[in-house]
Design a protein around this ligand. Structure first.
Ligand code: FMN
Length: 153
C-alpha cells in the first residue's frame, strides 16, 4: 500500500468540502493500492509526513499568504523532515476570496526549501464558490493517487 497524506486547514464549510473532495478523489474505486488520509493542519505532525509516499497541501489565502495553521504545520515538520523527504511528490490547492497567488507562492517557497517535487500544477480556487471547484479538487486527488499507484509521480 502506498500512502497519500492530505494536510489542510479547514476553517469553513467550503474548505471542508474541498478537502473531502480531494480525499474522495484519491479513494477512486479503480485505485486500490493507495491509502489516503486527510489530517487537519494542527493535528498533522512530522511522523505523518515521514510515513507518506506523497502529500497534498491545502490552504486558504489569508493576508496574502498561506494560512497560519498550514504555516505552523510546515514549521513543525521542516527540520524533522528536511533530510528525509527530499523528492517527496507533492501538490497544492488554495481556496481564496479573490486572489490566491500569494498563498501559492508562500507555500511553494517553503516547499522549495524542503526539496519536495511538484507532481501537479497548483490548483487555485478563487472568488465566489463555484460547484465545479469540487470536481477540480476530486480530480486533483485522483491524479495524485493514480500517479502514486502507477509509480508515475
Ligand atoms: C483573516 C483573513 C484573511 C484573508 N485574506 C485573504 C487574502 O489575502 N486574499 C484572498 O483572496 N482571500 C483572503 N481571505 C478569504 C479567505 O481566503 C476565504 O475566507 C477562505 O478561502 C474560505 O473561503 P470560503 O468563503 O469559500 O469558505 C481572508 C480571510 C480571512 C478570514
Amino acid at each position: 500500500m502506498k500512502r497519500l497524506l492530505i494536510v489542510a486547514n479547514l476553517p469553513s464549510e467550503n474548505t471542508r468540502r474541498l478537502a473531502a473532495a480531494v480525499r474522495d478523489g484519491a479513494r477512486h474505486p479503480d485505485i486500490d493500492a493507495v491509502d489516503c488520509r486527510l489530517v487537519e493542519a494542527l493535528d498533522a505532525c512530522a511522523d505523518d509526513v515521514l510515513a507518506a509516499d506523497a502529500i497534498i497541501l491545502g490552504t486558504t489565502e489569508n493576508f496574502g499568504l498561506l494560512s497560519g495553521r498550514l504555516k505552523d504545520f510546515l514549521e513543525r515538520i521542516y527540520y524533522p523532515c528536511l533530510e528525509h523527504t527530499e523528492g517527496l511528490p507533492w501538490a497544492l490547492y488554495v481556496r481564496a476570496g479573490n486572489d490566491g497567488e500569494g498563498a501559492m507562492r508562500s507555500v511553494e517557497r517553503i516547499v522549495t526549501g524542503l526539496r519536495w517535487r511538484a507532481a501537479q500544477p497548483a490548483l487555485v480556487l478563487k472568488g465566489d464558490w463555484q460547484d465545479q471547484y469540487t470536481a477540480q479538487a476530486t480530480d486533483l486527488g485522483t491524479a495524485m493517487a493514480a500517479g502514486l499507484e502507477l509509480g508515475a509521480l
